[in-house]
Design a protein around this ligand. Sequence first.
Ligand code: SF4
Length: 484
Amino acid sequence: MCGIFAVIGAENAAAELYVGLVHLQHRGQDAAGMITFDFSEPDSGIKISKDIGLVSNVFNDTKLLNVNGQMGIGHTRYPTVGVGDVKEVQPFFNRYPDGIGLAFNGNVVNYPVLKEKLRQRRVYLSSSSDAEVLLEVFGDSYGKDARDGVDAVYAAVRKVYDEAIGGYSVVVVIANKGIVAFKDPNGIRPLIMGEKKAKGKKSYAFASESIALSIQGYENLRDIKPGEAVYVDKDLKVHSKVLEAGKPAPCVFEYVYFSTVESVYEGRPIYEVRKRLGEELAAKVKKHWPDLDVDVVIPVPDTSRAAANSLAKALGVPYEEGLIKNRYIGRTFIMPVQKIRENAMKLKLKPIDSVIRGKSIMVVDDSIVRGTTSRRIVELLRESGAKKVYFLSTFPPIRNPCYYGIDFQRKEELIAHGKTIDEVEKEIGADRLIYMDVEGLQKAVGTEKLCTACVTGEYPTTTEHAKELTSLRRKHIAQITSKC
Ligand code: SF4
């Protein structure tokens, strides 16, 4: 996952990056960083600060945010490659050519292959991050291009498309030149552009989610198109071109889980989509299980709240808050290893006995990935005296790995992989398990032009090198686990 933010033309780029990253914190809790550039000091205007930790911890010193600078890029990390080391914290920066910084959200599927190619060319890589490889590919082409400005930028983005397979949204800062933002040819990961006019001045920003822009007064939001590169130069002139248009396949999981409910993705408000997910599930329940004795519908906070509410309304059943989330524990799904996730789960949810005791509970969650959370929730509800527990997922069974920036790259960690719904139901201990289906999901989102590979196994890119990526991830997870 990860969150990225970029800005140019701001009075204080660091302050806008900070606010943007705070509003993207839910996309990655592991590390944060930013690079800013001050046009009034072209020879020494680059400032880099990054570290392990939440955005508010990494930038807890106001001196870091009071640096002069009108453009910059920032990143919040959710690791899908690497060992969680400080050397892997983005943005990455190369002094040659010109001084280029890069941050991205996603995964490069053929990362191990590209890394090896660079090694053979005797390029020194200082980390296990695919961001560093993307920076090398971009910078190599940009540095060799005799042209300046937008043509050199387009050539460098084209080079990335030629070399890197995967799902990636990228922001690049080129010292004293401008900001580049681009999406992979299938547009798998989100990237949105905004424009602000304040005190007669214009600025542009790019973010993984619309909320990070709108909260700072950015308007005219539009999603960057699949295979499109946008370059905003130092004079704030916007250049854009679709360089390689593949079949659009935006990640459907953004609607269901990742994006925050206040955001708008591809023109669709996430909140409205989640409400429709609840209605679709209700229609399925009415059709296949009309006699289910449900006393109360409760959500698993916070992501599934809108869906649970609309489902309860559609079924004509009371909606209550039966589980309370400990606000000091982060999103357990995006924690890097299973051991940490399991420990966090014990601290995360607390039941309200008066809502649960003696009742048949319909509990709604956004999805079931590894089953850790679902199993614990069923246990908690039973311990609190639930008569029956019906578990509903607004996402269909996840049976295939994701190679595009979500950390389930290994089949063996997916609870539904190789299992029937009845078998998963038994494993999580529910009296009934009801999943959304692909048709209902597409109907709720309002389009079929989506990546649903983790459900259907139909990947929008070649997965030729996925095996190497998966075995590298296994190695890294073992290294992280041994340190825990
Ligand atoms: S495989 Fe699933 S999680 Fe990954 S990009 Fe596609 S829809 Fe999203």
